[in-house]
Design a binder for this molecule. Sequence first.
Ligand code: FPP
Length: 247
Amino acid sequence: MSILLPRHVAIVMDGNGRWARARGALRADGHRAGVEPVRTVIEECVRRGIGALTLFAFSSENWGRPRDEVMGLMSLFVESLEAEIDELHRRGVCVRFIGERDELDVRLRTSMAGSERITADNTALALQIAVSYGGRSDILSAARSLAARVERHEITSAQIDEPTFSAALALAGLPDPDLFIRTGGEQRISNFLLWNLAYTELYFTELLWPDFDAAAFEAALQHFAARQRRFGLTGEQIDAGEQPGLP
Ligand code: FPP
């Protein structure tokens, strides 16, 4: 039986370090083991026709981790991209990166730009990978770019409404996430897509990211399908078929 699917899923992939520690392994091994579930959720999204997936790979706060771990993660991103990009392209995935690119090393930036160029016209899945991303900084840079447009007299401040603001954010052009998943047991947003998650269904699981498999993704989708999304209306209004005025 088919279930109601989210159009856009956002994931905080947490728990790699604890997964490694439980095995007496290095944190870097946990991150490496975290690549397989990334592959799995991408494949599952394509297979099920979920149009957009946004993954939190590295937050602006993660720069504060030990230098070795940060360097290891950056190398893992380059290595994974280079190893996977042909297959992603073959599957019709359009890859985009969100976050502060200036802070990243040139090899990663080159690899990111190349992947975006190769996959730009693909339509099976819009995959956003957040690297050096912070939700507050995303909102600040949208505010700055709109303020600059006002200064240039391109728009008036009164014309800044929700759609205009959304269009100035990193996820411009995509529907807001319907489903947010966080692995690793913490129940926090951790400065991920702060604006875009306003009405998103939140799903938290104790599973550590390297253990997150197709069955775990299915459980999150089942949870989503069972939710009644009210967007501020009452349950009675929704049952009576009233349409919320939100996207
Ligand atoms: C959080 O777990 C995870 C990260 C900061 C890195 C996420 C990276 C991957 C899943 C690697 C593959 C990603 C791509 C896009 C190829 P943690 O280290 O905070 O875990 P802990 O809370 O158990 O310490």
